[in-house]
Design a protein around this ligand. Sequence first.
Ligand code: 13P
Ligand code: SF4
Length: 367
Amino acid sequence: MASIELFDTVQTTLPEEYKQRTTEELIQRANEIKSKLGSRLFIPGHHYQKDEVIQFADATGDSLQLAQISAQNAEADYIVFCGVHFMAETADILTGEHQTVVLPDMRAGCSMADMANMEQTEKAWEQLVEHYGDTIVPLTYVNSTAEIKAFVGKHGGATVTSSNAKKMLQWAFKQKKRILFLPDQHLGRNTAYDLGITLEDMVVWNPIQNNFEGNPHEDVKMILWKGHCSVHENFRIEHVEQLRKEEPDRQILVHPECTHDVVRASDLDGSTKYIIETIKAAPAGSKWAIGTEMNLVNRLIQQHSDKDIVSLNPEMCPCLTMNRIDLPHFVWALEEIEKGTPMNVIRVDQSIAADGKLAIERMFEHV
Ligand code: 13P
Ligand code: SF4
């Protein structure tokens, strides 16, 4: 990600004064700047963000919704993205030249997105094409760097999110016989399995060792990049088994970034939007165990006190990088904008942005 940022605008150490201010003072400043800038400022917030930040969001959503909302907003001069780096990059790719996207803390990355870099991807592609010829279309989860999105766009592929993965796999299989799915092996495996592809017809690509894990036979349909979300891998089959034994009437609802055994053993799985809608529609008194990031699970617990909601893993912690965006960093970012010196500007190089946009627009066309 380093090659596509403007280094002169990057700030990482929170100035002391923001640590000294009270929460009330910070809230007051955020409200003042929001009302002063009006529609010149737009704040999208991902469902995993902390409450102290999400309260200021003009729009909340899952990755797909936030990408669509960013694409539609031509009015705001400043987009302060409350989410992680790849989401802010996507917003920059989809918004106009006149718009500036700011990430309040540059350390808000995504460990999964970092599991596929360009060097690994180019090496992998060379070997995969040598092995399978021109039979592969690449799909990348939006949780990937802009460079990977551009690579995929250049090679006829598209991006996917957890809420449209099935449709995008169906689209991809109309293009070519096989899919290279990166960087999340679990979303790729879970989605392909739902479409009736057997585990025997999937093979894992190890980007560190630069080789296949499993049998790369002629009938392989899915080549799964060996990446994962370190947050969702903390929901394990033992948690499901224990709950089934102790509370068989509690329904289990997980994000498809969880491992295949966990998703198969659960009752329902889907994107953050799907999780929220399912809980909203559930009857009072119903019992749920949710397998996703803790800021969202805690918010659902608070908002639905008529339902009995717990985390599938009782010892779960939040996504640490999502949590980097806190109230002090948020207000700091707003104050720099107010001064006319925006910091942590996310600007994707034009050559990368054009191919990345192609991959994202192919997704928009088919969902
Ligand atoms: P959603 O697309 O479901 O919001 O998920 C994004 C994400 O990062 C999940 O870990
Ligand atoms: Fe990335 Fe996982 Fe955090 Fe989502 S929850 S932002 S995939 S590390």
